[in-house]
Design a protein around this ligand. Sequence first.
Ligand SMILES: [Fe+2]
Length: 270
Amino acid sequence: MCRLDHAARLPDSQLEQVRQQVSAFNFALFQSEAEIDKLEFLALNRQFGLIRLDSNLGADADSVTSLQVVADGDERAQYIPYTNRALNWHTDGYYKSHDCRINAFALYCVNQTARGGGNTLFDHELMYILIRDQAPELLAALMANDLMHIPPNIQNNKLIRAEESGPVFSIQPGSCGLHMRYTSRPRNIVWKSDKRSEQALNLVREILMDSESTIELRLHNNQGIVCNNILHGRQAFHDQSGRPGRLIYRARYHDAIDLDRDPRPESAGA
Ligand SMILES: [Fe+2]
């Protein structure tokens, strides 16, 4: 757990430790001394080299999404992240086009809930390695461009998102980093149904169900995670009436974490 300094910045003294953590596991945890606002959250993420923000329909004007339970009449209530229901294994933005892929995201816990709300994490690069070790012949199926088909999102005769197809695993152009698109949700997704594809997807599911490499954590207030869009899920939760509900800030990026990208001008002379 990386402890931020009093100005909610990543201390130089912890840079190397965080660099090694991200290199090994594709994520890092952090904790601020006190609650930070969304501007500070975005400034912190910039220190991880995360600059090119993605926005989505449910995001606030600053492109940060406030993940919390919304009222039934709210349009966002149809999407699970804005309910208290469990979120199955997925990577963020799996439905996006290759050019708009999400390479990293950060979460910050403003307020944890009374019960539940824990997260599960699984390094997508580890998933690739486990498949390569167990059944390397299935990797080609997971890298096929027509493996995953996502129908368009049309609401009230309005096209919210065009249909999309793509692989589960792909290599990032330029960096050779691995990108993963995946969801365990059966709805709104059509998988290629040949035998090899089914075998490959079943192996992914088996690994997610059985692996000892799954990380479980429950963010406390003022704690957060920054990651290279690894596989993750969320437990269902229950807010207590009369008390503030669960509130998590989420920012998604087209960049991957790069601790060497940010020149850290604000901290250089501090
Ligand atoms: Fe997510």
